[in-house]
Design a protein around this ligand. Structure first.
Ligand SMILES: *Cc1c(COP(=O)(O)O)cnc(C)c1O
Length: 491
């Protein structure tokens, strides 16, 4: 056993840079999920430098780091104007959309200690973060099927609400289909029963207000809608801020109160938190503050005009790609595409990747076939003709290849599987057959062998039940995260 030898700063940064070459690009507007690119180098620079300047600062104690408290209040104030909030509004900077959603559910639960078995009513299109909240906080998620327009079904939502309901949820817009729910009706039915209504605008909250200012039709969804009690909106999506910031706003301090936590039940400092984190890096808050300050309303309005023009041109360009259809007309910047019988969505995604474009496969859900998701960025506008050409070529290649066919015997087997009754050996065999994990061989135990092309893997996963898909991917994640016992000698 030898000690890890030190490296120079130059070597270390060069190694980081080399490793990053394997990742999806975060600039250039060709990565249409996970990252959001303004295309403005100066804005990126300001955000990065602010993160670096505050990387060591701790939002744990606002008295010790008053600049972070000030930045938080500035950001919430800016968002409050954007979201038509009343003067009573309050808010919190969180680490991301999932944390904002978790806290909205936790606050709704803890505001109702009288409800023994709390439930929340969600459109089936609500983000998976609500299922995580259900899992963490013991709030049962009651899913309501959406209408043919992929928007929440108001009557069915109303029917699902009862005395155990602590929260009604709407999306503005939904991630998978990009449409805004009928927030006015959902908030009204919640308010009539004294139930909270959370609008998840994590991905649309920084776009829709500017779209409205630009004269686009946007159905009401902000605090201007009576009965909306809280809204989540991510700065690290269409706020074009560095990763690690979202906002959760509550209409009144009383509504936020159960979200706040204090503990003096130990011998150290009294812990006092508004989020799941306690020590909280100042970097993301400063990064978001710097980007919002730099862009201002005029900057966001211009970026919104650009991204919406890109979406319009993508939608118009689909006329030349008959094998693809729009699942539903987008309400903002998210596009969902389905294929006809001549090719499959997963192969199109692989073909796009081969041409330098990342588009995100979405598995089938209920009656809906697999689809292709595009989170369009402002930076995509500059290369939208390239994107359309890549789509045409990718679809042509996918049609030429034909849809991925899973061996019918394997397909029947996968469909019949129940993760609860599967043995470990069966499971390992299936995982290997799926192509997600190699069979070990001479390398370290269970070493990963991810294929270049994912269509076959995705087609198999798509046949599995949702519970089986979850089980397979959980095992995949488990196998991925194993320590490297010899680093840093590996570089
Ligand atoms: C992205 C997203 C979330 C979760 O946000 P993270 O920042 O990935 O944790 C929640 N809801 C919607 C609608 C989203 O698009």
């Amino acid at each position: 056993m030898t000690d890890a030898s030190p490296a120079t700063a130059q070597e270390t940064l060069a190694a980081l840079h080399r490793m990053q070459q394997d990742d999806l690009p975060v600039h250039g507007g060709r990565t249409l999920a996970y990252v959001y690119d303004s295309g403005l180098a100066e804005v990126d620079r300001v955000g990065r430098e602010a993160v670096a300047a505050y990387a060591g600062s701790n939002g744990l104690d606002p008295a010790a780091f008053p600049s972070l408290l000030r930045m938080e209040n500035d950001l919430v104030g800016f968002a409050a104007r954007l979201l038509d909030a009343p003067g009573s509004v309050v808010g919190t900077v969180t680490s991301g959309g999932t944390e904002s959603v978790l806290l909205a559910v936790q606050a709704a639960r803890d505001a109702r200690p009288d409800v023994a078995r709390p439930t929340m009513v969600l459109p089936a299109t609500a983000h998976a973060a609500f299922h995580k909240a259900a899992h963490y906080f013991g709030v049962e998620a009651r899913l309501v099927a959406v209408g043919a327009d992929f928007r929440a079904d108001v009557a069915a939502t109303e029917a699902a609400v009862d005395d155990s309901t602590v929260l009604v949820v709407a999306s503005a817009p939904s991630y998978a289909h990009g449409v805004v729910d009928p927030v006015t009706e959902l908030a009204a039915l919640a308010a009539a029963r004294g139930v909270r209504c959370h609008v998840d605008a994590c991905i649309g909250g920084w776009v829709l207000p500017y779209a409205a200012r630009l004269g686009r039709t946007v159905r009401p969804w902000t605090f201007a809608v009576e009965g909306v009690t809280s809204i989540s909106v991510d700065l690290h999506k269409y706020g074009y801020a560095p990763k690690g910031t979202s906002l959760l706003l509550h209409r009144t301090p009383e509504l936020r109160r159960p979200q706040l936590f204090a503990s003096a039940a130990w011998p150290g400092y009294t812990m006092l938190n508004a989020t799941l984190q306690s020590t909280r890096s100042g970097g993301p808050t400063a990064g978001a503050w710097a980007v919002v300050r730099t862009l201002g309303d005029a900057g966001y309005e211009r970026l919104t005009a650009d991204v919406l023009e890109a979406v319009d041109r993508i939608v118009a360009g689909l006329a030349d790609v008959p094998a693809l259809r729009l699942v539903v007309a987008p309400d903002s910047t998210l596009v969902a595409l389905a294929t006809d019988g001549t090719c499959d969505a997963f192969t199109v995604c692989d073909e796009m990747a081969a041409r330098g474009w990342y588009v995100q496969p979405q598995m089938s859900y209920g009656e809906q076939p697999p689809t292709i998701h595009l989170s369009v960025s402002a930076a995509t506008l500059g290369s939208v003709e390239d994107l359309l050409a890549a789509l045409r070529d990718s679809v042509a290649a996918a049609v030429a290849a034909g849809p991925v066919v899973v061996d019918p015997g394997i397909a029947d087997y996968i469909r019949s599987l129940d993760p609860a009754t599967l043995s470990d050996a069966d499971f390992d065999g299936l995982l290997a057959a799926s192509g997600l994990v190699g069979e070990g061989g001479e390398g370290r135990d269970g070493e990963l062998a991810l294929p270049e092309r994912m269509a076959e893997v995705n087609a198999m996963l798509d046949l599995a039940s949702p519970a089986m898909r979850e089980a397979l991917l959980l095992t995949f994640l488990d196998r991925l995260s194993r320590p490297d016992p010899v680093w840093p000698s590996t570089g």
